[in-house]
Design a protein around this ligand. Sequence first.
Ligand code: AP5
Ligand code: ZN
Length: 208
Amino acid sequence: PRILILGAPGAGKGTQSAKITEEFNVEHVTTGDALRSNKEMDISEMDTEYDTPGEYMDQGELVPDEVVNAIVDEALSQAGGFVLDGYPRNLEQAEELEDMTDLDIVLMLDVSEEELVHRLTGRRMDPETGDIYHVEYNPPEDDEVEERLVQRDDDDEETVRERLGVYRENTEPVIEHYEEQGVLERVDGEQAPDEVWEAVKKTIEDAA
Ligand code: AP5
Ligand code: ZN
């Protein structure tokens, strides 16, 4: 299936996408990860405010559409089934996406703002595997893994607040857009990860 997963920063898009890729044998197309691997890429030719994606990301701002649209277009043209995570983040991107592909399922993970801040400031990443952890909710069992965990550059509280503001302003209209089309499947993302997964899995299976 071609799945779109929507939700605020920290809603659990990455966590659930990892499970979806395994269960449904689809590719994880994520603009956040793609941009993090290309933080130093020279985009100055595109006449953007900053010269690299990293300068936008570290301030919690959106990277210019031109850069992100090209990444997604390329990735989707090579994928069969996919779960798309991190895109579209504004109505212009949603329009671009409509020209790139059809979608079978549009999922939305609903989580309260207070919980989002707590999740993001406590998140840790394994730089070797890309696995996502949380100091309280999901600590690693292995001491060796625990020692190498790192915090994402944009997970300090100030940048988290900025990202949530950008989400409210730019991405909530995208949610409304899919809602108006009658295709949005809301899942309660505030439950424990396994319970969220049960709901996500069922929603995908029911839509297939
Ligand atoms: P991106 O990487 O997409 O970040 P985001 O949308 O802010 O989302 P996150 O990755 O922070 O959260 P998530 O929903 O994946 O949550 P996770 O599963 O990790 O984008 C980063 C930046 O790149 C942007 O700010 C922007 O600059 C740029 N960018 C990306 N896409 C762009 C685009 N389209 N256009 C322009 N710019 C773009 O979980 C979070 C934490 O919670 C973890 O610690 C996890 O263990 C824990 N957790 C997860 N689920 C649960 C649960 N059910 N209960 C308890 N804890 C949980
Ligand atoms: Zn993510």
